[in-house]
Design a protein around this ligand. Structure first.
Ligand code: HEM
Length: 454
């Protein structure tokens, strides 16, 4: 069977009925799902058993238990991706054990800060292209969907810097396809509606078509000519791993799955964070001014270097605080392989552990005034006092995010550059959240952009 056929076949695992993403839908469906989650944690505590017909979930918000599952007994808890596998294939983020190690090791150097010099000019190029687009949007005065704009920027940055390719697909089209698929709660309502005969005009064809679009993207990237002859890109490392006979697991299909994974895990997350930082900057004039003042002090009117960007501590604190308040990955899920005991609760093999990092990020047990936006929480002094594992936007333990530092570089470069030239104004309703695979603003983040006079 060809790689394309295998991909196609997988696209039909649409919305696996047993996926707990669907099972959680009733809980998360309301207008403020995170408020429901916070009330639930307050009322029932840090470990809540949830019995479903044929499976058991443990909904956790206590950091001690995060530590047990993610770090001290991590080998007993494997990854869980039922229901969203078509997005990731069998890539590093989904697999476990030796296979995971064999896949991650050859890619690790691409995310070492030493590699970032090599990426920097390509990040600048992508941001300049976004400035051109913002300039057009400012002239036309049309409403801008910020998450879509930052998604297309993040995808462009990943393609140019890490894959050494121009983005060969229409990112707005692919963005919409990804949204159609990952709105897991809609899959459920689509299915229920169809079963009860209520919904006549929606079918699973839309998510299925969206997956087909998604599956065509890696081939397009591979078919595009490299931009340069750089040897230390992520793409070069993927190709080297594929040709290395000592890593038999790393075949052509693996390369394709890794590309898919990066185009989701490396774009959706950074894009949401950037979009939320624009929202914060538009609501807190002082935050916007401090970001601009810091950039002015560090590099003034000249083009920034990578060293300049690394000095933008306030801007980085804004990004970190944004990730606390709006963690794109609001829960981490694992499956117990063997029985375990957590705070006297008997965990059985097969139980699903839902670690709600959002709840820890917003708990007054761990943070003063958790609903207040305060980037100074990330000052070195206050960081020393932070409770361990209470801040996990990138996960924890050996399975934590490979791209965290890279994403701070992207955000700290993009945010001051775009805010210096443009004034984004949020024109939407009060924020409501949507808790699907990621935590997203319900209905998006509509903005109007104006170009600032220099
Ligand atoms: C603000 C941006 C980002 C956030 C919030 C984020 C969040 C996360 C989280 C929470 C995990 C762990 C999931 C778990 O334990 O189940 C993870 C894993 C991962 N992330 Fe990120 N991520 C970000 C940016 C990136 C970027 C820029 C890349 C690559 C270009 C990336 C690639 C990955 C990969 C490959 C993994 C799997 C690592 C493994 O299992 O070994 N992420 N990310």
């Amino acid at each position: 069977m060809s790689v394309a056929d295998v991909q196609k076949e997988k696209s039909h695992d649409l919305g696996e009925e047993q996926s707990i993403w669907f099972k959680l839908t009733p809980l998360l469906k309301g207008s403020n799902p995170m408020q429901v989650v916070m009330h639930m944690c307050e009322k029932y505590g840090g470990v809540i058993p949830i019995n479903l017909k044929d499976q058991k979930l443990w909904f956790m918000s206590d950091v001690e238990h995060f530590r047990r599952v993610l770090v001290t007994n991590a080998d007993n808890y494997t990854k869980y991706f039922d229901g969203i596998r078509p997005i990731f294939g069998d890539s590093m983020i989904t697999v476990d054990g030796n296979l995971w190690q064999n896949i991650r090791t050859p890619q690790q150097p691409a995310f070492h800060p030493k590699a970032f010099d090599n990426y920097f000019p390509f990040l600048v190029e992508a941001i300049n292209a976004k400035c051109d687009r913002f300039s057009e949007l400012a002239k036309s005065g049309e409403t801008v969907e910020m998450v879509e704009e930052t998604w297309t920027l993040a995808a462009d940055m990943v393609c140019r810097a890490l894959f050494d390719r121009k983005m060969p697909f229409n990112p707005h089209f692919v963005f919409k396809a990804v949204k159609t698929y990952t709105d897991v709660s809609s899959h459920k309502s689509i299915r229920l509606g169809r079963q009860s005969g209520e919904l006549k005009d929606v079918s699973e064809v839309d998510p299925a078509k969206a997956v087909d679009t998604w599956l065509s993207v890696p081939e397009m990237v591979l078919g595009e000519d490299p931009l340069t002859t750089r040897e230390h890109t992520l793409m070069a490392m993927l190709m080297k791993a594929k040709d290395d006979e000592n890593i038999p697991d790393f075949d052509e299909k693996q390369v394709i799955d890794e590309l898919k994974q990066y185009l989701w895990a490396g774009t959706e997350t950074t894009a949401l964070t950037l979009a939320w930082t624009f929202y914060i900057a538009s609501q807190h004039e002082d935050v916007r001014e401090k970001i601009l003042a810091e950039a002015e002090e560090v590099y003034g009117g000249r083009e920034p270097t990578i060293e300049d960007i690394q000095k933008l501590t306030y801007t980085k604190n804004v990004a970190q605080e944004t990730l606390r308040m709006f963690p794109p990955i609001w829960a981490l899920i694992r499956v117990a392989q063997e029985d375990d005991v957590i705070e006297g609760h008997e965990i059985k093999a097969g139980d699903k552990m839902v670690m709600c990092t959002y709840a820890a990020h917003h708990s007054s047990k761990y943070w003063n005034n958790p609903e207040e936006f305060d980037p100074d929480r990330f000052s070195p002094d206050r960081m020393k006092r932070r409770v361990k594992y209470s801040y996990l936007p990138f996960g924890a333990g050996k399975r934590s995010c490979i791209g965290g530092q890279f994403s701070f570089l992207e955000i700290c470069l993009a945010l001051p550059t775009l805010l210096k030239r443009f004034q984004p104004e949020y024109i939407g309703d009060p924020i409501q959240l949507n808790a699907t695979v990621t935590l997203t603003p319900k209905g998006g983040l509509p903005f109007r952009i104006t170009e600032r006079k220099s």
